[in-house]
Design a protein around this ligand. Sequence first.
Ligand code: AFP
Length: 296
Amino acid sequence: MNLAEHLKKKSTEEKITELIMLFSEQASVIRDEFVTSRGAADTKNVYGETQMALDKKADEILIDALKKSGLVRWIATEEQPDIIEVEGAKNQFGITIDPLDGSSLIDVNLAVGTIVGIYPGHVLEPGNTMPGALYILYGPLTTLTYTTGNGVHEFYLDKDGVFKLMEEDLTIPDGKLYAPGALRRDYMPYHKKFIEQLESEGYKLRFSGSFVADVHQILHKGGLFTYPAFKGKETGKLRHLFEGTPMGKMVFEAGGAVSNGKGNLLDVKPASVDERTPIYIGGKKEIALIESYVKR
Ligand code: AFP
């Protein structure tokens, strides 16, 4: 079954179907750029990070496609300083995009991905208002995983450029992997104790430097990804809107949870488009454990 047939089978609203299909059509276009747009672009994004040529290219491809389609009113991307408002848009949707998460891994040929959050209107709203989210992972296979609140479903791009069903109704299993961001020497005391407990229980380390790829692995194998608050940076590193809430929505819909350490990240309304957040994402058991450490 292909993606279009699956969206139909799940009785997905027409406007959301169009949007998911539009993103799916950009996957091959972005993938082709991996060969042609290699290297750094010599510019910095709003966070002061060096942009890779591919970061910029993927950003352009997605913004152009969305603007032409008129399917959304608001576009926020990690590479743009301001939210774009599309004049004459057919729908009121707001979209958040991390065009290429993990892009510093492109030059060493590890998996990176595109992360998309869909909002009913403006994007500065809590993640629990999202009707859907998706991510495209460029690994040995190119895969697209989506949710519209009716299960989490994964597809692979076949040789004819069509996304075919790989796994339906994904649920996060019990597992013992942990992917811990930040330097150990900068851990907060509660976080240090939490990580030590996971280690004493035999959790195995898996951290690639690509959030989307690491969370994808946790979604399939269980456990937890974290990029916590750390000494000198109480807000953590990852972006609430571009990384936290869309991947949080995916994991939540697969039976897991996402937290900023104090509570459900999906309940938090971000104050600005570039807001960062501490993040814990994975199995419910692990999320309950860190929240209990933070309270102690
Ligand atoms: P890039 O997109 O700039 O490579 O950043 C990736 C990222 O935001 C996230 O995908 C990783 O989990 C995290 O940064 C890795 O951060 P460290 O380099 O501090 O481990």
